[in-house]
Design a protein around this ligand. Structure first.
Ligand code: FAD
Length: 566
């Protein structure tokens, strides 16, 4: 050993560490490269850096996986690999300082590192019934190239294009999996599986279950949290419904949305839309654009001065110019989600709450999903059509699948938005929904638009559009942002005289915002993706459900809502 040159040792050790760490996570390939570059004068930095990376990866896995216990499951192999890397690098550093130092041989280090990693795999599997290869994949995505992660599904036809797996490989893997786990129950098969029980998932499950002549398709909806939970984007009693867009197709969609919500009202006997009217006020240029689109779309509207508007709606103070359209107001969001779920259920869809998709993979036309229930019970379902209506979670569940199939999701910024309710003494009919496009440069520098509406029984909701703090959807901030609250208070004190500014009751909700504020509603292979509703999607829930059901069954997505190719 002592006769080996330190540089050669560095290369061998870097290879061993590289192979070990690469088993832990693909993007960690960078680390061994750095280790081999830095050995020598900067070996100390590498020695400190590699174990630190192991810990970082562990934390990353814990946060991004978002599944109870998943961080712990990932911890064991991560810890072993980090520790192995530490010992290997220490030995190399010793050799660099003193070529005659007594350190373990290459072979023993390789065997030792490999043995510990294998032990970690076995212990993790035995302890948690979850192999670390799945734990290290992009959260929720099982590595297609790794046969051990495949579930015992024998129904595979054709090749998996993105993984470039040959037909023979698929058959071999399926056979190996079948032989390895002969006692596993056969997976359930559905015509469609919808992931996500927010407004988009509920609406899509309903539309799929009702599609065709009297429905008949088997549809499963799975939602990781309970019915009506408040961890995503669709909770709370009210959302603005307005037709004030600048593009013709969006204005037309608001009309389709009214038709779709009213059909659901008729079916379920619930009131879902309240036509209180909607106001835009402030920047005349912004208002002109909206007015022109309303005109082109044949939507009734009127333009008012601030004084005229103030006399009609005394709860608000008005900026520069005012545009009102009466065929707008609010959608009763919590009731709407319930109505969609009830209707989906009535049409035969099966709804499973507290059930998370822990892993997902494509095998030919099939998509195989591993589900984890509340008590840790796991099961497998298979479908040739999976709709991922997972909003802010899309990057984690759909990103890799879409990439492998040759397309990509847009950049989706996930933010924790914190509007608030304020008490009012004014009657309910004094409150239209409103959007302020401020002209005051000081206010514009803080917020681009401010919106508001009455939530009956709770007060007037006021919020700044898309100004929240960026978060991981599984790691929400527990206390409201002080700065955001100060902005809201100042705003309400100046512009919403009809409420009591001291009664601020904060709300918290996720925005999934794309650069254009256009969502994705598109299909690639057997997977349909719905995400990026950018804080204005709820009003379209019922109609987007129908659109997604169409896309999932073969209708091309409208150009505006397509995935990026490549
Ligand atoms: C503060 C705020 C105000 C808004 N105001 C308006 C408004 O006035 N008008 C308007 O039209 N829109 C508004 N919106 C936007 C609208 O509410 C959203 O666009 C809409 O609710 C998005 O619904 P979704 O179903 O896509 O997402 P979500 O409701 O977040 O649903 C996604 C679901 O997927 C589930 N999921 C994720 N991963 C998994 C997994 N692995 N397994 C199982 N389930 C999983 C999640 O738990 C979640 O329930 C507002 C949004 C916010 C936050």
């Amino acid at each position: 050993m002592g006769s080996t040159k330190p540089v050669a040792m560095a290369a061998v050790h870097a290879l061993v560490v590289g192979a070990a760490v690469a088993v832990a996570t693909p993007w960690a390939l960078v680390v061994p490269v750095l280790v081999s570059l830095l050995t020598g004068p900067l070996g100390g930095a590498a020695v400190a850096g590699v174990p630190a990376f192991g810990i970082l990866w562990l934390l990353d896995a814990a946060f991004r996986n978002g599944l109870p216990g998943s961080g712990l499951r990932a911890a064991l192999p991560a810890g072993v690999l980090a520790f192995s890397a530490f010992v290997v690098c220490s030995a190399q550093l010793q050799l660099f300082r003193d070529p005659e130092a007594a350190v373990p041989s290459d072979l023993s280090v390789a065997l030792w590192t490999g043995g510990l990693s294998a032990a970690a795999v076995i212990v993790t599997h035995v302890l948690f019934d979850r192999d670390p290869v799945a734990a290290r994949a992009e959260p929720g995505i099982v590595d297609l190239a790794h046969p051990t992660t495949r579930s015992p599904v024998t129904t595979t036809d054709g090749t998996e294009p993105a993984a470039a797996a040959s037909e023979a490989d698929s058959a071999e893997h399926a056979e190996a999996a079948r032989l390895a786990e002969p006692a596993a129950p056969a997976p359930e098969r559905f015509d469609h599986v919808v992931v996500g029980g927010g407004v988009m998932g509920a609406a899509t499950a309903r539309a799929l279950a009702r599609a065709g002549d009297g429905g008949g398709a088997s549809v499963l909806l799975v939602e990781q949290f309970g019915r009506g939970h408040d961890h995503g984007s669709s909770h709370g009693a009210s959302r603005i419904f307005r037709r004030g867009y600048t593009a013709d197709d969006w204005v037309a969609l608001t009309g389709d949305a009214i038709t779709a919500w009213q059909a659901l009202e008729a079916e379920t006997g619930r009131t879902l839309l309240d036509f209180t009217g909607a106001l835009d006020h402030g920047d005349p240029v912004a208002l002109d654009e909206i007015q022109a689109a309303l005109e082109r779309g044949g939507v009734v509207h009127e333009r008012l001065t601030p004084d005229e508007a103030g006399a009609r709606w005394p709860g608000l103070r008005f900026d520069t110019s005012v545009l009102f359209h009466p065929q707008a107001g609010r959608v009763r969001s919590a009731d709407a989600v319930e109505a969609l779920l009830d209707s989906a259920s009535a049409a035969g869809a099966e709804l499973r709450f507290d059930t998370a998709v822990a892993a997902i993979e494509t095998m030919g036309d099939d998509v195989v999903l591993r589900l984890e229930g509340a008590g840790g019970a796991s099961s497998t379902v298979v479908s040739t059509s999976v709709v991922l209506a997972v909003g802010s979670w899309a990057r984690y569940l759909a990103g890799d699948l879409v990439r492998r199939a040759g397309a990509s999701l847009p950049e989706v910024r996930v933010t924790q938005e914190e509007p608030a309710h304020f008490a009012t003494e004014l009657p309910d009919d004094a409150w239209p929904s409103f959007v302020h496009h401020p002209t005051d440069p000081a206010l514009r520098a803080r917020v681009s638009t401010i919106y508001g509406l009455l939530t009956p029984g709770e007060g007037v909701k006021v919020g700044t559009h898309g100004t929240g703090r960026e978060v991981h959807p599984d790691a929400r901030l527990t206390s409201p942002g002080a700065e955001g609250q100060a902005v809201l208070r100042d705003y309400v004190a100046a512009w919403v005289p009809g409420v009591d500014v001291d009664t601020l009751a904060p709300i918290s909700c996720l925005y999934d915002t794309t650069p254009t504020e256009d969502p994705v509603l598109d299909r690639i292979g057997s997977v349909t993706v719905a995400t990026g509703f950018s804080g204005h999607g709820f009003k379209f829930g019922a109609v987007f459900g129908e659109l997604l059901a169409g896309v999932a069954t073969g209708t091309p997505a409208p150009e505006r809502f397509r995935l990026r190719q490549g």
